[in-house]
Design a protein. Structure first.
Length: 157
């Protein structure tokens, strides 16, 4: 089970005890924000894309959308979301629980600059009813991103 892998993964960083599991679904930004009692922007959504044979995971603030032109400039190709089946196959996590922890080898993780405006963010923890609250330095240490990127539209535009 994906959440068990994430718990074991985060335990190596001393953070597994911070995982919160909910009775209700937290599979969408809105549901996660409601379950955790935070504003939607603090939900660190993990967006999974395919770029030819590459699997790209972009962790962004919950209240922004990917800007296709910025994505193409950053990654050299068009943003194509993974299907639900591809998400499990390529990342090791099902849609609703996709997170940057304990991903399958070859998955490239990137953190989007939209997260910078928060002290803590809440990515999923491998299931559709879980999250973990982390500071940005903790997220960066655990997610081991290839880089920080700017691939989302501002909230105003």
């Amino acid at each position: 089970m994906s959440i068990e892998r994430v718990k074991a993964y985060l335990a190596r960083y001393g953070l597994a005890e911070r995982i919160r599991e909910f009775e209700a679904s937290s599979a969408t930004v809105e549901l996660a924000a409601q379950a955790a009692g935070v504003e939607p922007g603090r939900i660190a959504k993990s967006l999974s894309f395919k770029l030819e044979e590459r699997t790209v995971l972009v962790v962004a603030a919950g209240d922004v959308k990917v800007d296709n032109a910025k994505y193409k400039a950053a990654f050299g190709g068009k943003a194509k979301m993974l299907t639900a089946e591809e998400a499990v196959e390529r990342t090791g996590h099902a849609v609703g629980g996709v997170c940057p922890f304990a991903v399958k080898e070859g998955t490239e993780v990137y953190l989007d600059e939209s997260l910078w405006r928060f002290e803590t963010v809440l990515p999923a923890a491998g299931s559709s009813n879980s999250c973990v609250e982390l500071t940005l330095p903790e997220l960066e240490r655990c997610a081991r991103p290839a880089a920080w990127v700017d691939v989302c539209r501002s909230r105003e535009g």
